[in-house]
Design a binder for this molecule. Structure first.
Ligand code: COA
Length: 162
């Protein structure tokens, strides 16, 4: 794919409907749970990737003090460099806001994301054993089994110094 036709822009009000639909499709609800907290991607700051007018990826984040949580990153045309570009935008934004670190949560089944984050300089900083049991109390739609048939059980935290 020609990445030049993919434009990355700050998420705007106009993207909210597309993001809600995408969240519903990917996460089974309009919210995600990390460390026991619910987040609605459509209401967070973020970046969208569009190929012409079509949404092909998005990343959302939340800044608190000098920390930035990457809440979601979701690319529909995978492994073509879009995720990398979205991460770079979030990191730049976090740096400009005075953040020292970007952190994120993924689950134990998400082998490809774990690969992706480590290649982008993220280091595993914590492992929350069986945390998904608690998350399911807030969001029963979280499937029992995830990527590659792996049971979804644990939250893994990754951090990168900016
Ligand atoms: C994980 C995700 C965000 C990565 O974005 P992407 O646009 O597909 O990835 P990119 O093309 O920018 O980056 C590719 C990198 O990922 C790595 N990678 C991991 N698994 C890969 C695979 N199956 N094929 C190709 N590259 C892979 C490559 O090593 C490459 O890194 P490198 O260029 O440094 O060698 C994206 O695939 C995605 O949306 N996955 C589904 C949703 C998800 O799991 N999100 C994370 C939730 S925690």
């Amino acid at each position: 794919m020609n990445l030049e036709v993919v434009q990355i822009a700050k998420k705007s009000e106009a993207d909210s409907q597309d993001i809600k639909e995408r969240s519903q499709k990917l996460f089974g609800a309009d919210f995600v749970v990390s460390r026991g907290k619910c987040h609605k991607p459509a209401e967070l700051d973020g970046f969208v990737a569009r190929q012409y007018t079509e949404l092909v990826g998005l990343a959302t984040y939340e800044i608190s003090g000098d920390m930035c949580e990457l809440v979601t990153i979701d690319v529909f045309l995978q492994w073509q460099g879009i995720g990398k570009k979205l991460m770079e935008e979030v990191e730049m934004e976090a740096r400009m806001a005075g953040c020292k670190q970007v952190w994120l949560i993924t689950t134990n089944d998400n082998i490809e994301a774990i690969h992706f984050y480590q290649r982008r300089g993220y280091d595993m900083s914590a492992h929350y054993h069986n945390a998904i049991e608690e998350s399911r109390k807030l969001k029963p739609q979280i499937p029992l089994v995830g990527n590659f048939g792996i049971p979804i059980k644990h939250e893994l935290e990754f951090r990168k110094n900016l």
